[in-house]
Design a protein around this ligand. Structure first.
Ligand SMILES: Cc1cc2nc3c(=O)[nH]c(=O)nc-3n(C[C@H](O)[C@H](O)[C@H](O)COP(=O)(O)OP(=O)(O)OC[C@H]3O[C@@H](n4cnc5c(N)ncnc54)[C@H](O)[C@@H]3O)c2cc1C
Ligand SMILES: NC(=O)c1ccc[n+]([C@@H]2O[C@H](COP(=O)([O-])OP(=O)(O)OC[C@H]3O[C@@H](n4cnc5c(N)ncnc54)[C@H](O)[C@@H]3O)[C@@H](O)[C@H]2O)c1
Length: 452
């Protein structure tokens, strides 16, 4: 396999979810592999995405747990919260993971350069430090980058890149956008005691999720004190004395005062300045690298995986794409990625989780041949905690075949419940299979097999 004409068999640009997996697997097949990383090994998920975000969700959730504690007989005195303690503990865990990912590269004999790489031709890259490297194959796994819309004063705003490093907990937070990142951080800051206003250009939050879940999330988060301003966008942000920001919005007479403005209006493939034109690589309308179903770009020696291809921006998908690439190109296996029934979750408070077709998608596809089963319940935990919030579980079923086409959940621990349900949907199980399964009691998950 090794071709002495090149420095490496594989050069990977980006040591994130997709790049690290591809490097490790290719090296395991005996390929000589190197990877360049311009920031920190681990990539978005580990360094400034899924992992630190989930730790902040856990950290903020104590507000609710500590309130509930009294009902269980606990006395918690002087309940206070210290942002720098949580922030620094999260940063320390990120350091631990960064080291673990670096060790993975070392122990798999993947050479790594902490440097930015650009493509100079079909088989060559240049590191920012000046070194030229040749490789038989190049894998582009550079991920995506937060989009900052153009408006006056945008330099005073932060994105998800900076939110993990805030000096102090902002008393008032304005969040632009109503997608994953916006609603996850709205939940975190709201639970930590900040006043949160979500500003969105449309009336729809989390567009890709089932409408009943979205409505429920809106209702609960509004009751928890999150304010929403729909059909408007940020026009300009002014910085006043002592760091106070004034957020002016289109169509809103009064500006909003804020201590932090988080812009979460999507992420764009990080292809700018990457030298893709030097290898004739075609880009799509959103700056994404166009690939075929095997991840091959319009340059046959160059492949791309993960967010940079703008297909499904989720870590497990980037990992699978990286693994499949290495299997096919270096392992002689025809591994493919199945994009059908990918489960996803929003770690809002409460969280929601989903797999398969929403009710609207099923009705569009099957017309009236759709059966909907729902369970609208008040989790035991909420009853004991004197919280009126209700969970909602929904099954979308093909009325002709009885197949469960979609499972949609909102409520405590919904993502934990959904993963197992996703196996059933992926396996094509029927509503009768769900009904035939004995409930596990007492649990919230039992609602899945009790819907009639
Ligand atoms: C706040 C946030 C929360 C998220 N939460 C979740 C979640 O809960 N669940 C989930 O599944 N997904 C989540 N995601 C999405 C997930 O992080 C991404 O889908 C995933 O990291 C994509 O992996 P990747 O390999 O394509 O890119 P990345 O992990 O982004 O890795 C790309 C790497 O390439 C490096 N790089 C870029 N250009 C160059 C260059 N020219 N030279 C060298 N290196 C370069 C970057 O520094 C980066 O380390 C979240 C994202 C964000 C921002
Ligand atoms: N739990 C998870 O799995 C998780 C968490 C965070 C991020 N992610 C991934 O990262 C991606 C990026 O997250 P995100 O929240 O930034 O994007 P998103 O696509 O989820 O949401 C973007 C939001 O910004 C709004 N918007 C877009 N352009 C705008 C503009 N010019 N002005 C005002 N509003 C605008 C959209 O209407 C939408 O509400 C997600 O699509 C997801 O794949 C996943």
């Amino acid at each position: 396999m090794t071709d002495p004409a090149y420095d490496y068999d594989l050069f990977v640009i980006g040591a994130g979810s997709g790049g690290v997996r591809a490097s490790r697997i290719a090296a395991g097949y005996g390929a000589r592999v190197a990877v360049a990383e311009e920031y920190r090994v681990g990539g978005t998920c580990v360094i400034r995405g899924c992992v630190p975000k989930k730790l902040l969700v856990y950290g903020s959730h104590f507000a609710e747990e500590l309130q509930d504690a009294a009902n269980y007989g606990w006395t918690v005195e002087k309940m206070t919260f210290d942002w720098p303690t949580l922030r620094d503990a999260v940063a320390k865990d990120v350091d631990r993971l960064n080291a673990a990912y670096t060790n993975t590269l070392n122990s798999n004999k993947v050479e790594h350069f902490l440097d930015r790489a650009t493509i100079t031709g079909p088989n060559s890259v240049r590191l920012a430090s000046g070194r030229e490297i040749t490789a038989k194959h190049i894998l582009v796994a550079v991920g995506a980058w937060p989009v900052m819309p153009e408006f006056e004063g945008s330099e005073h705003c932060i994105t998800s890149n900076e939110v993990f490093h805030l000096e102090s907990l902002p008393r008032r937070v304005v969040i632009a956008g109503a997608g994953y990142i916006a609603l996850e951080f709205a939940g975190i800051f709201n639970a930590l005691g900040s006043h949160v206003t979500v500003v969105n250009r449309s009336e729809t939050i989390l567009r890709s999720y089932d409408a009943s879940l979205r409505d429920r999330l809106l209702q609960i988060t509004m009751a928890r004190g999150i304010e929403y301003k729909f059909n408007c966008g940020i026009e300009r942000v002014e910085q006043h004395e002592e760091g106070c920001l004034m957020v002016h919005m289109k169509g809103q007479p009064d500006p909003l005062p804020a201590d932090a403005v988080l812009v979460a209006t999507g992420r764009r493939p990080k292809t700018d300045g990457l030298g893709l034109e030097n290898a004739g690589i075609e880009l799509g309308a959103h700056g994404e690298i166009v690939v075929d179903e095997l991840g091959q770009t319009t340059c046959p020696s160059i492949f791309a995986v993960g967010d940079v291809t703008n297909r499904v921006q989720l870590t497990p998908v980037a990992i699978r794409e990286g693994h499949a690439f290495a299997d096919r190109v270096f392992g002689g296996k025809d591994t493919r990625v199945s994009y059908d029934c990918i489960p996803s979750a929003v770690f809002s408070q409460p969280p929601l989780a989903s797999v398969g077709l929403t009710e609207a998608q099923a009705r569009e596809k099957l017309g009236s041949n759709v059966k909907i089963f729902t369970s609208d319940f008040r989790p035991m935990k909420n009853i004991f905690g004197h919280r009126p919030e209700r969970g909602l579980y929904k099954l979308v079923v093909d009325a002709q075949t009885d197949k469960v086409l979609g499972v949609h959940l909102i409520g405590p621990e919904a993502p934990e419940v959904l993963q197992a349900a996703a196996i059933a949907v992926k396996a094509g199980l029927t509503k009768a299979d769900f009904d035939a399964t004995v409930a596990l009691h007492p649990s919230m998950a039992e609602e899945l097999v009790l819907m009639r």
